[in-house]
Design a protein around this ligand. Structure first.
Ligand code: ATP
Length: 255
């Protein structure tokens, strides 16, 4: 595949339902001048796995934060499952973040005083959403933490903690999971297992995952990679391999 593929949003849609995530011409300007994001448009269909890569300072975190409603674009529009975030009041936005968006962070962000099970169901309790027991049981089996539910995070390995965090992000069956360097703190083998898990959840359970990563091998596990440079999506690469991504990134860093 050519490394020079033009920036191109994923325009496949499924059965007329709105995409899991849609960005239209999203711009984020700091101090009225510097464009951290410059008219970024992106469509992520349901049941797909998108990686976001780019040199340091290119705008990846800003993109993720705007897409997840954690930050407000200066202009443009973000829709989660067809809902325009900007049109929501603060309370509705908080509700959307709790029930329709999942988050996975490099540092797991599990509460140390709660058991794994309590961590898992906390977002549901905060959102006032009744737990779907069957989904939760299936989820903990799939994620491989069913035997760890009564432990506290400090009693788990890094990989187990990230599995628990992934299960937590999916407890409310969100429209989209945003993962920020989910394997950044894990050794290579454990990272590969966690990426396999994310890919399985996408392929087998129809989840949608958007993952920021510096690691070309991690991005290669996604269906497509959006490469950000200077606040714009410069390349949209479906099915790119780790070596091609590494070469492309090295070229961008030298510019
Ligand atoms: N709160 C802020 N105020 C001013 N400028 C900011 C702010 N946050 C980010 N920026 C700037 O916006 C640009 C994009 O930053 P961003 O954090 O999105 O990059 P990144 O690709 O995630 O970088 P990294 O890989 O190093 O985390 C950078 O030039 C950064 O300095």
């Amino acid at each position: 595949m050519s490394m020079l593929t033009a920036p191109r949003p994923d325009l496949r849609t499924d059965t007329g339902r709105p995409p899991a995530l849609l960005l239209r011409e999203v711009t984020k300007t700091y101090d009225g001048a510097h464009h951290a994001l410059d008219r970024v448009s992106l469509e992520v269909r349901r049941g797909s796995f998108l990686a976001i890569m780019g040199p340091s300072g290119s705008g990846k975190s800003t993109l993720l934060h705007c897409a997840a409603g954690l930050d407000t674009p200066t202009s443009g529009e973000v829709l989660i499952g067809g809902t325009a975030i900007a049109k929501l009041g603060e309370n509705q936005r908080t509700r959307l973040r709790r029930s329709r968006i999942g988050f996975v962070f490099q540092s797991y962000n599990l509460l140390p005083s709660l058991t794994v099970e309590e961590n898992l169901t906390l977002p549901l309790r905060l959102a006032g959403t009744p737990a779907d027991r069957r989904w939760l049981l299936d989820l903990v089996e799939r994620v491989g933490i069913a035997h760890l539910l009564h432990r506290r995070p400090g009693e788990l390995s890094g990989g187990q903690q990230q599995r628990a965090a992934i299960a937590r992000s999916l407890a409310a069956r969100p429209e989209v999971v945003f993962a920020d360097e989910p394997t950044g703190a894990l050794d290579l083998d454990t990272a590969a297992e966690v990426l396999d898990l994310l890919r399985e959840l996408v392929d087998d359970s129809g989840q949608t995952v958007v993952m920021v990563t510096h690691d070309p091998a991690a991005a290669a596990r996604a269906h497509a990679t959006a490469v950000v440079a200077d606040g714009r999506i410069e390349h949209y690469l479906p099915g790119a391999g780790a070596e091609d991504l590494a070469a492309l990134l090295a070229g961008l860093r030298k510019r």
